[in-house]
Write a protein that binds this ligand. Sequence first.
Ligand code: HEC
Length: 265
Amino acid sequence: MGNVIKKLAIGLVVGGALVGITRALEFPFVFQMMFFGYAMLGAAVFMLLDAPSLKTMSGTKSVIALLAFYIVLCTVYIAGASMWPQYDPEDEKGKIAKILGPKFAATQQGKAEELIARAKALDEQVKALEVRLKALGGDETTKEPQAGALPVTTGAATGDFMKLGEEQWQLQECYNCHKLKGEGGKKRGPELDNIGTYLTVDEIKLKILDPKSFMAEGYEKDWEKGKMPDKYKDLMEESDVVALAAWLGTFKNTSVPTPKPIKKK
Ligand code: HEC
């Protein structure tokens, strides 16, 4: 009996210490209790060692006793384990969706709204400029802006327009395959810092809408694997493509080995 109390006392001390440590380390409460539970389980095992040994059995009786022991052990173990909080992946997924859902919606929606607002503002600026051009020129030679050509070439409007192009680079994730300004690219596609030297804005636009229109020199061996996707014509508005092409057209860094594009169509 004295032994049992001694072992129980040791179990309580060890359990208490474990709770103290896990609490100091800011473990959740259930984990603190779990450590305490393990200490008590250990104490119980040591107490069992003191129990008087069973009489030696033989034959069928011993087999039945062994099976019974096995069943009791399994039941205790499984029942005990199932008492602890269970990890449920569906539950966790639900929690993550709850936390991230509103944030994700906010950013996606926020981005879209911002882009729409910016496009509207640009449209108004272009209209205002057209009015001014007409008022200035007066004559009938004011040409319709060419499709794909930059609608304006000066002032704040161009800045916004370029920003829109850069934004499209990010939104369409061109950086997944192309390095630009030393950023992005996983070597699937060529670095584009010098593309403006080779292609006009209209040609870059063509390449985005129809990737087979121009092919980078040496593409057969160097970039066969990371083929440029033929999806942007479906994903992007005409004005987005023009903005992106115009922005890319400003990259004329001849120290970067952008491969020469070859006209295919
Ligand atoms: C899945 C990878 C991938 C993505 C994404 C991708 N490209 Fe490409 N791109 C390539 C590869 C590979 C080449 C080289 C072979 C070729 O010319 O088609 C290339 C070539 C180009 C070229 C010609 C480069 C040269 O030197 O001839 C331009 C311009 C270009 N891409 C622009 C873009 C733009 C803009 C986007 C985003 C709207 C984009 N790419 C998205 C893989 C990609």
